[in-house]
Design a protein around this ligand. Structure first.
Ligand SMILES: [Zn+2]
Length: 407
């Protein structure tokens, strides 16, 4: 295996210094939601061009680059997102390198990465890991992915003896806001298969995610003077509250894990006259997914009858389980597994209780499994990334490109 530890570490730390925290409150108003993302996208465009790649960065704010192949085979792609989450402060990151010697890691601000909650730290004894200074997240989600893809491109460019086909890379904005793929340049993509480098723990490969829907329920009440409400008032707040409590509580995010799906009310606003509830539906299984959507409709109808209210239910599918597209091209996952075997990496498949940008690509028919980056405790002050794993991820990207050239 090639040692990329120093180079990928330096590159990653350099990218963490770009302030690219996205803002879900600005979706639909500005793209990308924060201007710092565009600064990093332009920097990456420059770097790709210096490497001799053709690039495209249009109003979609998705950067695309093409590394021309030196042999004829299928085009494949790699993808990562440049924004970081806003669950905790994501800007002004000051990355810290540590040679891990065991025990807890104390950072500024009272932030402690406890080994009892981070058993994976022990994989890195006497090896290097990177954290923030404790006041911000680190941003390995997904700048580790960006750095790993860039390192692989640099290596392939400098080693023309390695045979590979055309390789497309996509750097997207606003993944954390869920809108990253809204304007993806689908017509420019030639890849028959793509890989997001946006996972976590070493060895973890994900080719299955939730089916996701968002349901908006609008309750129309009948308002009257409260003093003469008897038999006439239909309080939309009361009706909507009943609907929320009628959702199966044993099938909520709090009560489920593994392959179990859920219902979750996560928006509620209104008054006597009108109340709105937003409900998320998540399930791996397609039939169960649609059954849940139908179930909300049924609950709404019975509550409607109970209160003589009027209830509108509007559901929309947000993303689909990418397993469907991935199974149509088994090579998508097989290429990763076989490349990993050649490198002596222990890879294993996990399911994502969420979605990725890859799920949106899979919906358009392009399989898009997700590959580990080495990041842990994402979206938190305790985030850390293992440097040896970043190096392995770079190796895996190169090996996947080689695998396709041999097919
Ligand atoms: Zn991510």
């Amino acid at each position: 295996m090639i040692d990329f530890k120093e180079s990928v570490k330096k590159r990653f730390i350099r990218y963490t210094q770009f302030d690219t925290m996205s803002d879900d409150g600005l979706v639909g108003r500005t793209r990308p939601t924060t201007s710092g993302q565009l600064v990093l996208l332009k920097e990456l465009k420059k770097e790709l061009e210096e490497l001799g790649l053709e690039t495209y960065l249009g109003s979609e704010s998705v950067l695309m680059g093409v590394l021309k192949g030196n042999t004829t085979c299928q085009t494949i792609g790699f993808m990562a997102h440049v924004d970081t989450a806003n669950d905790v402060m994501g800007n002004n990151v000051k990355a810290q390198c540590h040679i891990y010697k065991g025990g807890d890691i104390e950072l500024n601000n009272g932030t402690v990465i406890k080994v009892c909650e981070n058993k994976d730290l022990l994989m890195y004894l006497d090896d290097e890991i990177i954290t923030s200074d404790g006041t911000t997240l680190l941003g390995s989600d997904d700048k580790a992915g960006v750095a790993e893809i860039m390192e692989a491109l640099v290596y392939l460019k400098n080693h023309p003896e390695i045979k590979h086909g055309d390789i497309e890379v996509f750097f997207t904005p606003d993944e954390e806001t869920g809108s990253g793929m809204d304007l993806f340049p689908f017509d420019k993509k030639k890849s028959i298969c793509c890989y997001t480098i946006d996972g976590g723990r070493e060895g973890e490969i994900e080719s299955e995610c939730f089916n996701a829907a968002s349901i908006e329920v609008v309750v129309h009440g009948v308002s009257t003077h409260l003093g003469s409400g008897r038999g006439k008032l239909v309080n939309a707040i009361t009706v909507a509250s009943h609907l929320v409590t009628a959702l199966p509580q044993a099938e909520s995010p709090e009560a489920t894990d593994g392959r179990y799906g859920y219902y979750c009310a996560l928006g509620f606003e209104g008054n006597q006259t009108e109340a709105r509830v937003q409900i998320f539906i998540r399930d791996f299984d397609t039939d169960n997914f649609f059954r849940r959507i139908e179930n909300v409709e049924k609950i709404a109808r019975s509550i409607e009858a109970l209160y003589h209210a009027k209830i509108d239910v509007n559901s929309s599918v947000t993303y689909r389980n990418m397993a469907v597209a991935n199974s149509k091209l088994p090579e998508a996952t097989r290429s990763i597994m076989e490349a990993g075997k050649r490198l002596g990496l222990e890879l294993y498949e996990e399911i994502i209780r969420g979605g990725t940008d890859g799920a949106r690509l899979a919906e358009s028919g392009t399989p898009c499994p997700n590959i580990f980056t080495g990041g842990h405790n994402l979206h938190s002050l305790e985030e850390w990334v293992g440097v040896p794993t970043m190096s392995k991820s770079v190796n895996l990207i190169i090996e996947i490109a080689k695998w396709w050239a041999e097919q």
